[in-house]
Design a protein around this ligand. Structure first.
Ligand SMILES: Nc1nc2c(ncn2[C@@H]2O[C@H](COP(=O)(O)OP(=O)(O)OP(=O)(O)O)[C@@H](O)[C@H]2O)c(=O)[nH]1
Ligand SMILES: [Mg+2]
Length: 208
């Protein structure tokens, strides 16, 4: 389960530092189309103040970045998000969030280096926006991934099998429903990804 760093010898719960028992650090990429909740998920789950590179959206993005269904959204990630979560006394995850828009996708290659896998966040109101994200992930990185469906209140509900078909996912690709604003829910999605990625041959290099 999610834990603060309770393993310090003096019982401190100072989350600024990684606990001395941690033997494995795992880099994870958090990807997804514009406005699906990447920054929100990293912010809800991170035990350190997340690093964000948010910029206010201006009239220049009108007609370029669709805000349909995103009434409260006024900023967008222009470089990356960064957060950290200790998932057991021995394992810490470092989370790197990518920007959503295609014009920033050249950043993916650098961010993906050394990552064991990616969590792909999907908004079911705009499933089609995710297709090019999957293409990008497969062609640029080839890394294993899991899908987290961020359930916005007004989003249509689908079963995981319907989503698997719509997104054309392999039978072993995990799909979880999540609320990116909720720490436990976001942690569950990340742990699902890690369990999947650790069994994938492509991840072994990133773990040595
Ligand atoms: N209702 C609801 N709103 C959410 C949820 N997740 C995110 N939001 C809101 O949706 C908007 C988009 O979230 P962000 O976290 O900025 O999305 P993003 O994927 O980082 O966006 P970009 O970096 O611009 O691509 C914000 O206004 C969030 O407050 C959710 O689970 N439910
Ligand atoms: Mg963002």
């Amino acid at each position: 389960m999610v834990s603060a760093n309770s393993d310090w010898p003096d019982g401190r719960s100072d989350t600024r530092y990684v606990a001395p028992t941690v033997a494995q650090s795992v880099k994870i990429l958090v990807v997804g189309a514009f406005g699906v909740g990447k920054t929100t998920l990293i912010g809800s789950v991170s035990e350190i103040a997340p690093l964000r590179t948010e910029e206010t959206m201006t009239s220049a993005s009108v007609g370029v970045d669709s805000l349909a269904g995103l009434d409260e959204k006024s900023t967008t990630t222009v470089a990356m998000d960064f957060g950290r979560i200790t998932v057991s006394s021995e394992v810490v995850l470092y989370l790197f969030g990518t920007p959503g828009q295609r014009r920033f996708w050249d950043l993916w290659e650098g961010l993906a280096e050394g990552a064991v896998g990616a969590l792909v966040i999907v908004d079911t109101r705009r499933v089609e926006d995710s297709f090019e994200v999957f293409d990008q992930l497969e062609t640029r990185t080839g890394m294993p991934f899991a899908v987290a469906v961020n359930e916005f209140p007004d989003a249509p509900k689908y079963t995981t099998e319907q989503l698997r078909e719509a997104l054309d996912l392999l039978p072993d690709t995990p799909i979880v429903l999540c609320d990116a604003r909720n720490k436990e829910s976001s942690a569950h999605a990340l742990i699902t990804l890690v369990e999947h990625a650790l069994h994938h041959p492509a991840s072994q290099k990133a773990l040595t």
